[in-house]
Design a protein around this ligand. Structure first.
Ligand SMILES: CC(C)(COP(=O)(O)OP(=O)(O)OC[C@H]1O[C@@H](n2cnc3c(N)ncnc32)[C@H](O)[C@@H]1OP(=O)(O)O)[C@@H](O)C(=O)NCCC(=O)NCCS
Length: 128
């Protein structure tokens, strides 16, 4: 059983939000690791925007749980080759257990203007 979710946003909107709300905004949406990773990059808002899109893509792939969703319950981490993966916490981890999620794949791209992400979730079939 497979489901997917996707999201795209204008990177400028992320830049504006960070400049307007600063730490309060960052800390509400992103984990410490995500902030550290992105703020270490020259075009930090592109990386933040891609992570925001990735979180939305994961929400969509789950297909429920948006209202009480905490963005920080979905964390995007990169391995030593730069490859991103998804870590779930709190309510999202619970939702994942309830839906018998087997794996979540994520892929992100970003340019000066847009950031986009796609998430693919596989679930154990009912027989397992
Ligand atoms: C990894 C690579 C594909 C990224 O592509 P890009 O066009 O430079 O940049 P994109 O905006 O599309 O993607 C960037 C995202 O790719 C993801 N990424 C990075 N390394 C990755 C890897 N090894 N596997 C999967 N995804 C990866 C990351 O999520 C990254 O965003 P982040 O740093 O904010 O997490 C590219 O840098 C690369 O190494 N390509 C190898 C082939 C190559 O050198 N081609 C050159 C053709 S001119």
């Amino acid at each position: 059983m497979i489901s997917c979710g996707t999201d795209i946003l204008e990177t400028q909107r992320m830049k504006n939000a960070v400049q307007k709300w600063d730490q309060a905004f960052l800390k509400r949406i992103f984990t410490e690791k995500e902030i550290e990773y992105s703020m270490g990059k020259r075009f930090y808002f592109e990386h933040l925007a891609a992570r925001f899109a990735a979180k939305e893509a994961v929400f969509k792939a789950f297909g429920e749980g948006f209202s009480s969703a905490n963005f920080k319950d979905i964390e995007i981490v990169n391995d030593k080759n730069g490859r991103p993966s998804v870590l779930l916490k709190g309510a999202m981890q619970e939702l994942s257990n309830n839906q018998k999620v087997d794996s979540i794949a994520i892929s992100m791209s970003h340019t000066r203007n847009y950031a986009q992400a796609m998430a693919i979730i596989t679930r154990k079939s009912e027989e397992n």
